[in-house]
Design a protein around this ligand. Sequence first.
Ligand code: UDP
Length: 457
Amino acid sequence: MSEQPHVLVIPYPAQGHVAPLLKLATKIAEHGIKVTFVNTEFIEAKVMASIPEKAKEWRLIKFVSIADGIEQEEDRKDFAKTRDTMLRVMPGKLKDLIEKIKQSSENEKITCVIADISARWALEVAQTMGISRAPFIPFGPACLALSFHITRLIKDGILDNNGKAMIDGLISISENSLPWKENELCWTCRGKEKIQKFIFESMRSSVQYVKMSNWVLSNSFYELDSSSCDLVANILPIGPILATNNSWHLAGSLRPEDSSCLNWLDEQPLGSVIYVSLGSTTTLNQQQFEELALGLEFSGQPFLWVVRSDLVKDSIAEFPDGFKERIAGRGKIVEWAAQEKVLAHSSIACFVSHCGWNSTLEGLSMGVPFLCWPYFADQCQNRNYICEVWKIGLNLSLDEKGIVTKDEIQTKITKLLSDASIKENALKVKEKAANSLVEGGSSFENFKRFIVEMKSI
Ligand code: UDP
C-alpha cells in the first residue's frame, strides 16, 4: 500500500467553486496528505495566471488539468452546450487520469475523490472505480436540507415537477429552520428557465450523491445554521474554509488580483470604507450601474468597488459624467480584489454584496456588516439569513421599476453604519466562526475526524 494517502480534488469549473476547494485542498495537504487538484485546462490556465511567480516555485499540492471537450470558445457562453459537452467528455478523462496515477508506481492509489457536488460525474467515476467519495457542498446547509425535501414537497403539491411553487407564501421544511419564500427557492433564476431547471434538477439529485458518499463536506460551521445541519444525516461542516498562510497565494482567483487596493486601504481611516463586490457573474444594466456609482458618491464615505470588465451587461460600463474626478482620492475602483484580505482589513466598514455563499462566509468570518443585493439561486436565502437570522446586515430594496436607486443605497449605507447592534452581532458571529476553527471547535473536530478517517482507509 502507498505510504501516503492520495486525494483527488475536483471543483466545478467556476470561480465560486474553484476558490474554496483550492483552500480546502491546501488545508488537507497541510496534514501530510498528497493532494492532486484537477482543473479543466481552461480554468487551470486562469488559476496559474493569477498565482504570483514567486509562489509558483513552491507547491504543496499538485495541479493537473483535463480537457472539458469544449472546442469553440464561443460555446462556453451556451450554458446547455457546455454542460452537455463536459458531461460527455470529462468522466472518461478523469478515469484515464486515475488509471495513469495508479500505473505511475506500484504503491500508488487514490484514497478519496473530493468533488464539488455540482461536478457529480466525478463522484460517479469514483464510485465505479471503488474509490471513497466526499462531495463538497459550496452552498449553505439550508439549500442541501431543502434538496432532501423536494420529493415530499412535490408529493404534497407544494412544488411542481420543475420546482415551481404551487402555493403563495412561505415553504417550511422543519419547525426550526428558516422558511423559504415561494419566489426565493434556491434554484430561482428569473427569466432563465433552462438554468433554473438545471439547478433544480441538480439540487434534486444531489440527495442521491450525498447518500452514496462516505463524507459530505460542508463549507459552513454547525453553530451558524444548526437546524439545517440537523436535517442532513451525514453532513460534516468544516468551514468557514478560509485561506491559510500556505494558500494566500493560491486563492484560486480566475482573474488577476489588483493588490494596489490593499495599500490604498492602509491609507483610509479605521472602519470607514464601503467594500462593493457583486461576485464573479452578476451583471447590471447601465442605468443600475450609474445608480450604484452615484449612491456610493453621495454616501460621502470612502469606497472600494470591484468593477469587473463584464459587470455591465453586453457593454462596457460607463461611469456618470465627471464621476471619476469627483470621487478621486475617496473611491478606488479595481477589476478584481484579493477579497479575503480586503474584508480582513481594519479600514473596512461594510460589504455591499450579492450574498454568494463564499462572500457571505468571508464577510461574516471577518465581522463585516452587510448591505445585501442578491440576484438569484441561493443568494436570496443567504440574504434572509444575514438580515433575519444572524441580524448582521440590511437589505437593499428594489423600487417599482426593479432598480436599487442611488437614494436607497445612500440611505441604507448611512443606516447600516450607524447601527451599533448590527456591528455587535457581526462581531459575535465572527467570534463563533473563529471558535469553530480552533481545537475543540466543531469544524476543527469534524475536519480532524475526516483526516483521521481518510488516513485509515
Ligand atoms: N472574489 C475575489 N475578488 C473579487 C470578488 C470576488 O477574490 O474582487 C472572490 C470571493 O472572495 C469569493 C468568490 O470570488 O470567494 C465569489 O464567490 P461567491 O460564492 O461569493 O459568488 P459567485 O461569484 O459564485 O457568484
